[in-house]
Unconditional design. Sequence first.
Length: 434
Amino acid sequence: MPVIKDAVCSLCGSLCDDITVTVEDNKITKIENACILGHSKFVGMFEHDRIETPMVRKDGELVPVSYEETIEAAAKILVNSRRTLSYGWCSTSCEAVSGAIQLAEETGSIIDSTANVCHGPTALAAQEKGSPSASLGEIKNRADVIVFWGCNPVHAHPRHMSRYSSFSKGFFTEKGRKGRKMVVVDVRKTDTAKIADKYVEIEQGSDLLLVTALRSIVNGHEDVVPETVAGVPKAEVLELAETLKNAKFTCIFFGMGVTQSRSKYKNGDAVSSLISDLNQHTKAVMIGMRGHYNVTGFGQVATWETGFPMAIDFARGYPYYNPGETGANDLLVREEPDAAIIAAADAGAHFPQKAVRHLARIPVIQIDPYANPTTEIADVVIPAAVVGIEAEGTAYRMDAISLRMKKLIDTEFKTDEEIVKDLTAKVREMKRGV
Ligand code: SF4
């Protein structure tokens, strides 16, 4: 019975790479080290609603067809489209992302990632102000003050605190949790906040106010700070600023509570400035708590290949990028796309109603291992192998460290990488009129 060590969990952006997997008769029967979310991905994948066969919608019904027929039908949609949206690509490998970008270029499409609805503003903030960062290994070994701002790792990244941050023991942090101060800034007392040393409750949408007040204090201008900031008494703000300033090494982990609340990318921009200010006194870094396991990888690959991390429009024959105009939701709400590819993501469940309504009106090609609300509006459904379990590939952890995911079991399904290659070849063939 093969026992595979150091497998990578392809669920959240922590990409834990110490998982031990036991395989019997091509089935995963035992998982060691994964959290409950990771466990449900490895073992639960046999129970989830897998797409069992390629399908094409005929007379309103999805009917099983051959893989080749789905590639033919999908290529036809793409060749006849004048404005295709290609969306998702964050729960798959970097190799598939690279192929998807080539396909978008070939078809003059717009390609966007799930960052559109999560950490997209983080990318904008990084472009404007930079993103002083470090590897999670460095944080494990050095950070004595850990801040979780607008995120709840107890639920979303369950092993983050034990492997990389609050509870982990490192070279200069051998006391683990006892040697670290843990601060949570949030609008409600989450389960992460309940185990913090300090919980700072702020008013919804007021992150920018609190970051600005902290910057004023760190820079010696506490006199300009009013008696209450973002619902937090000045004394507490002063105390937090002192904690950050007096740390040997601070890391602010921030989540969608920061990136998707009022002021959007200006919040990330301000956190970046706060980190720069703190670096006048101590060592400080920031890391976004990325959700989809390879959303960081999409940004990396897209940036190498096009110069931009997401929302890339190839309609002009070269990459053009202007989030707010070229984001997936911007386009759908303007009812612009006349076809869509949704891959390794579920726009049907996560997009606003108006965007989904438009998707339901246009031909949609779905590439995914699992059936989900997008399947209900898809016209061509291409089942894919589960990357990190049925296919190998590269992914980037939330700190932009690349890791190689292993293939653990065999499958009859094609990988996303193979599907996108076949689709690109078919589109080229149709365009040449062969
Ligand atoms: Fe998987 Fe994330 Fe849990 Fe690690 S923390 S085992 S990557 S779900």
